[in-house]
Design a protein around this ligand. Structure first.
Ligand SMILES: [Zn+2]
Length: 289
């Protein structure tokens, strides 16, 4: 009997399969967006990222506000209804000084390194987003720009895969310019606030290297450049004051002059500023009036 029902069942299935009219799909089913590829080696650290973000989400959702920093807690809790997230106001550009993009991704996903960035751009132009723009990456380290001393708190860090001894690849520069365009628009970042790691840490850092094309960035609205240098210098021109006006930390004048020359004159030169160097400085500083 069992065999009969089995035979009957199979036969019915075949008949139904043969006679079921083929449904022609008239409207194409919209494709589900393919999520960005998650390289397998990072599944574990991606989960860790989510856990860490969750910690902050829980803290932010607690009311009355919790006193995590040891500050005196006000006696009355009244939550305002008008607020949003703090937004980055600077972009700091780096070169990785490593030999591959993969090496940098690994470095930024090992807790013992204590370093990170929001974005890593590979030589082929691939952009890896590693941290929400609203969160604080650890890319700047000790540094100063104007009177700002906690650069990580106000900036987006972008790392370019480059060992510091070679030109920056064209696809990489194209991706960088696109990313900067998006960031400038999203957060209304002022033109002057696209700077390099060496700018904020002149005694410790030299990135991005002398190969980096700051003029190309300035031509696209990211950072200032000088227009012409034919003007005579003002009689009372003070190079240190001009550098300070731009934003440099003047505690080591030689280091700052070297950083300035690497960036604006495309030369690695530790000597004092020449007359023509000063003319360039004068023209750059005027953009910061
Ligand atoms: Zn750097």
């Amino acid at each position: 009997m069992k065999e009969y029902f089995l035979f009957f069942g199979i036969s019915l299935s075949i008949i139904m399969a043969c006679h079921t009219p083929q449904v022609v799909q008239q409207t194409p089913v919209p494709k589900t967006p393919v999520p960005p590829t998650q390289p397998k080696p990072y599944a574990e650290t991606n989960a860790l990222y989510q856990q860490q973000v969750q910690k902050y989400a829980e803290r932010l959702s607690q009311t009355p506000l919790i006193d995590t920093f040891g500050l005196a807690q006000p006696p009355f809790w009244v939550g305002t209804v008008n607020f949003n997230m703090r937004r980055p106001n600077f972009v700091i550009i780096h070169h990785t000084a490593q030999t591959s993009c993969e090496q940098t991704l690994k470095t930024f996903t090992l807790q013992r390194t204590q370093v990170s960035a929001h974005y890593v751009i590979c030589e082929d132009g691939t952009v890896h987003h590693m941290l929400d723009d609203m969160l604080r990456a650890w890319h700047a380290g000790a540094g100063r720009w104007g009177n700002i001393t906690d650069i990580n708190s106000i900036s987006i860090g972008i790392e370019l895969d480059n060992d510091g001894k070679e030109p920056f690849a064209e696809p990489q520069m194209n991706s960088l310019l696109q990313l900067l365009t998006n960031l400038k628009k999203a957060y209304s970042i002022p033109t002057a606030n696209f700077i390099g790691h060496a700018d904020i840490a002149p005694t410790r850092k030299d990135d991005p290297s002398v190969y980096f094309d700051w003029k190309r960035l300035a031509d696209n609205g990211f950072g200032h450049w000088y227009s012409e240098t034919t003007d005579e210098l003002p009689a009372d021109f003070n190079p240190s004051m001009a550098l300070r006006l731009i934003g440099y930390d003047m505690r080591d004048t030689t280091a700052v002059q070297t950083v300035f020359k690497r960036k604006y004159l495309k030369k690695v030169d530790f000597r004092p500023l020449t007359e023509s160097d000063k003319k360039v400085l004068w023209q750059v500083a005027r953009k910061f009036w």
